[in-house]
Write a protein that binds this ligand. Sequence first.
Ligand SMILES: [Zn+2]
Length: 484
Amino acid sequence: MSYVKKYTFSGLFLMSVALGANSASAQESERINDLIDQVAKAYGGDELIELDSFRLQDRYKQALPGQGYTASYDEFVTFRRDTQLDLVRRKGSEERWTSNWNATLHLRVVSLPDAIATIDYEDGFVRPASFPDFDAAFGGAVRLSDTLLARTLVLNRETAVMKDGEIYLGERQQQVEIQMPHSPPLTLFVSEATGLISKMTRSRGPQTLHYIFGNYKKAGGIAYAADFSIFAGSTPVTISVDRRVSVGNVAPSIFGLDKSFRYEPARVDNQEMTVQKIGEGVHFVGRGPAYTVFIDAEDYVIAAGGYPGLRDRYEMFKKTTGNATPLKFQVATHHHSDHLAGLSEALDLGATLIAPKAAIEKIRSETGLEENSIQLRTLNDVINEGPVEIYNVATNHVDELALIYVPEARTLFQADHYAALHESEITPAGRRAVELYNAVNHLRLDVAIILSAHGGRPIAWAEFETAVEKFEGLPCRSQRSICQ
Ligand SMILES: [Zn+2]
């Protein structure tokens, strides 16, 4: 059995055995072993293999594809990341921080004595992480480092498969494919001249991700690339600004919890699709992260919230309420890709889409609809349609955001600015919630209930106000070194 396991991935080897070309396979295996020995040497030899702990500190620019402030291009935001891995005990800590126009985010995924958890330093909650093991939680961190990829190659040499070489950056590169748990195969590009890894590729759905390494340095006898970037297809998504590596100094005390943290209180159960009556003629329908409000306009229905699964939510609404009037208008809240993904379903149902200009442009480019199509209606400042008022406001999240207000029911539907995710506690607010609060006050809307496109509980205005009042607005609440 070990024979089969050992050569499962070595297609070339099996083929050459079948053809009786033993000498060719022997040559192949010698070539790959020579290459792996060259990589081991280039990255530190015994120091690499005996590495007990590894720390990678990154400052990088991260693109937000489909989630930009404007619809015209994808902005980059600055992140810091501090990854500490105990490679002997297989424990890890990956901390990320950013504070940008859109959000402040400060999370650490960490191995605790009995579980892997995520600490959220912004809201003070600890959440059980969904990762089953070290590889699932920290395999992504390993793939970000040419040093750790080299170590993975050396320690798993029996699964490595040689591919065709290519010229890259003027140098002949050998390609070798390796396996990692919870990942499609990785292809490493190794410089024939230096034995250093210049690139790694792996597939993600229909795309190829390219991890690019360069500007090699040394730390504690180990080589590493100080420059690093990731491309999704031809689009840059991560560009390193500064990268540091150190070895042998991960303190065991980081794999624990500070007393000031507590496990997150119970979240609202959103597994099953529900239809909630909010007020006369106003229903809130959805499950998971995808909710739509349906508003009865007597002869027709107006809906808002454009996540995929719109048709299912509409069918559920009709079945539950007995309202069989057509869906005449569907409001898209803003241009972000996740909020536009269900709109083709609304078009199929014969609805006219109402959206801010930026979102209309995106919908047009995706559907091929003409600028003056009767299925598109641009929201400039405000639209009054039946019992609904739709306002266009600017916040720190997007330059154009549709707020859907039903005066009769004193209900406001919005996306991405606040959601009450917890069953019986106030969910902490971020800066976006404050901007929503200011926008509603500026428009002088009399709101009793707020609904979120991402679900959660319908929120009483007083609860929303309390959450907003509690927001401290500190960019480095924890005062941990990563954000100072
Ligand atoms: Zn958004």
